[in-house]
Unconditional design. Structure first.
Length: 148
């Protein structure tokens, strides 16, 4: 079987999917190559990609998700009270079961992005900083609405 035959079989499934259409365009350029030869040519790159995906999946599964979810919930419920929020952050900092990878995931989920920091303490500072900024903004909005 030639790549062009494989391409023809995939056309219907690719409708409306830009990634699949881009793949079809690539396959169109090598249509006369056999599928076997194509497979041999891309196998090293696919093997590397498969290992990368498996490694990332393993890292995601290695998180202490129960602790991360619990702390996220506590942070969310204490957002209106700075003292309570800070107490939760201090508990997170002291929690030895929450490793740096867990703290990164917690920060990523709470902040919506991963800060460019490397230590658990710096990650927690980023969370506190966001809380301070959001609280300050909320207080300003309330103060302005009281004026009008």
């Amino acid at each position: 079987m030639k790549v062009k035959d494989l391409r023809e079989r995939l056309i219907g499934a690719a409708e409306g999917n830009s990634d699949a259409l881009a793949l079809l365009e690539m396959l169109d350029q090598i249509g006369e190559v056999s599928v076997e030869e194509f497979g041999r040519a891309i196998k090293p790159a696919l093997d590397k990609l498969i290992k990368k995906v498996a490694s990332e999946k393993k890292k995601r599964e290695a998180f202490n998700n129960d602790a991360i979810d619990r702390f996220l919930s506590e942070l969310a419920t204490t957002k209106e009270d700075n003292a309570s929020f800070e107490a939760v952050v201090k508990r997170i900092e002291k929690d030895k079961a929450l490793k740096i990878a867990d703290a990164k995931e917690l920060a990523r989920k709470f902040l919506g992005e991963l800060p460019k920091t490397k230590t658990k303490g710096d990650l927690l500072k980023a969370i506190l900083q966001r809380q301070i900024e959001e609280r300050r903004l909320k207080d300003r909005r309330e103060h302005i609405s009281d004026l009008f």
